[in-house]
Design a protein around this ligand. Structure first.
Ligand SMILES: Nc1ncnc2c1ncn2[C@@H]1O[C@H](COP(=O)(O)OP(=O)(O)OP(=O)(O)O)[C@@H](O)[C@H]1O
Length: 443
């Protein structure tokens, strides 16, 4: 199984964490104050946009001070109960940093829902009151009024987006670690699209590198569109499959800018990749089939139906995996696939692009328009090159990709067929084609 690069390249210690110097200093002096026996504050909340390194900072902090990281999701009330027991046990035994100290980490504090997770905030407040261990929390957006009491009980530290230079260093390190060819401009585009979200940038890099074996500017720009982040189907698909709670999956599909039909294709292609149990796959497809019915109804009658489409495409697909209900469930990294249709469109576009480049070069040498070369010369050229490719390639300054295009008989057939079928059926072109055909008989 491929290890996700966000895991493989996660910083081990605080020194490995790129930038974030102020945050690291504050965290160090906070833990030092605990070690001296007079904590500057019981709990700290790291807050900032997704993928800025909050979880990484928690792990690096624990490693740096050789503390055991006790990690749980802040809205998981069942785990909070056992956490309360840990904290209470420690206060009775009076152990502070006993044999091995602990760092308690509560992730996704802003995911606490007042109704569904009733009692979570008061449980955390109680843990903070009784703890003998430092408590670190993380949230993307901690300004929800429901979290006011919590905010007042902790020290708030902002984690800012990673700058472009630091992000580039991070990605370069991964590229050389993985020995993959990454064009500088491609990295620039990924950095631009990630908008400071390192997880997004690293996942994006891995998806392209594993899907295509190289990271080129052309590939990246194919995938990055203007509203890149929301448009990235890999991110949406992963967020749905990795959602532990229904609301997370619903958020993923409703925030996604990937067009609904296309998103269905993505999910459909990847359900059997993500889910291993036949029953889970069946439930996933069942939810998706129902989502498709509601999408058709939404388009035909009322857009109100879209809400059901989201429920089924998001939580419906996400919760198809029964194992998710178990507390020991962990998201499994899978290499997602482009929907076959999108892949075919991409491949044929690439082939057409290469063909058009060759046509341009011939046109430049023959002082003719691309249309004329395409209709009158190109089929003949392909036949000619089966004899004299080396010489022609030199004269036309053809790139290896263009030579490969010409050499591939399969592609040549496609190109010949396309040339025949897509040319305008004008008198001029049909006559020209007759001419080139008849000429081709006499090489
Ligand atoms: N400052 C950094 N230095 C090195 N790697 C980083 C840094 N920030 C993030 N990363 C990389 O990005 C990945 C995602 O970061 P992380 O999970 O820590 O973000 P987060 O802020 O906790 O995100 P979220 O709020 O969505 O949970 C990490 O696995 C790590 O590899």
């Amino acid at each position: 199984m491929t290890v996700p690069w966000v895991v493989k390249y996660r910083p081990k210690t605080l020194d490995d964490v790129e930038n974030q110097e102020d945050v690291k200093d504050e965290l160090r002096s906070w833990i030092d104050s605990w070690l001296k026996g007079s904590p500057s504050s019981t709990a700290v909340m790291l807050y900032g946009p997704p993928g800025t390194g909050k979880t990484s900072l928690a792990i690096a902090l624990a490693n740096t001070y050789k503390l055991e990281l006790v990690e749980t999701n802040a809205s998981d009330t069942r785990n909070l109960t056992s956490l309360r027991a840990i904290v209470e046990r420690a206060s009775i035994s009076g152990s502070l940093f006993g044999i091995r100290g602990k760092l308690i980490f509560l992730d996704e504090v802003d995911g606490i829902q007042p109704k569904q997770d009733y009692g979570a905030v008061s449980a955390i407040l109680e843990i903070i009151k009784n703890t003998k261990y430092p408590i670190l929390m993380a949230a993307n957006d901690p300004w929800n009024p429901n979290l006011r009491d919590l905010r007042n009980a902790v020290k708030m530290i902002e984690v800012k987006k990673l700058g472009k230079i630091a992000m580039r260093r991070l990605l370069k390190k991964i590229c050389s670690g993985e020995k993959i060819k990454c064009e500088d401009n491609a990295l620039d585009q990924i950095i631009e699209a990630s908008d400071g979200d390192s997880r997004y940038a690293i996942n994006f890099l891995q998806s392209i590198a594993e899907g295509y074996g190289e990271v080129t500017e052309k590939l990246v720009s194919e995938l990055v569109r203007r509203k890149e982040r929301e448009l990235d189907p890999f991110e949406t698909v992963r967020s749905v499959f990795w959602a532990r709670y229904g609301w997370q999956a619903k958020q993923a599909v409703s925030n996604s800018q990937v067009e609904y039909d296309l998103l269905m294709r993505w999910l459909s292609e990847n359900i059997p990749i993500q889910y291993e149990m036949l029953n889970d796959i069946w439930r996933g497809y069942d939810a998706l089939a129902r989502a498709s019915i509601f999408l058709t109804r939404a388009k035909l009658s009322s857009w109100d139906m879209l809400s059901y489409t989201f429920d089924l495409m998001g939580p419906g697909v996400a919760m198809a995996e029964v194992e998710k209900k178990s507390p020991s469930w962990k998201a499994k990294w899978k290499k997602y696939q482009f929907p076959t249709l999108v892949q075919q469109l991409y491949k044929s576009k690439r082939t057409r692009d290469t063909r058009d480049q060759i046509i341009k070069k011939i046109g430049f040498h023959l002082h003719s328009s691309s249309t004329k070369i395409y209709n009158d010369v190109f089929p003949f050229f392909l036949i000619m090159t089966s004899k004299d490719l080396d010489e022609l390639a030199k004269n036309l300054d053809l790139s290896p990709e263009e030579i490969e295009f010409i050499q591939s008989s399969q592609v040549r057939d496609v190109a010949l067929k396309e040339t025949g079928s897509t040319a305008q059926p004008s008198e001029r072109t049909s006559r020209s084609r007759t001419t080139s055909k008849s000429r081709s008989k006499k090489p």
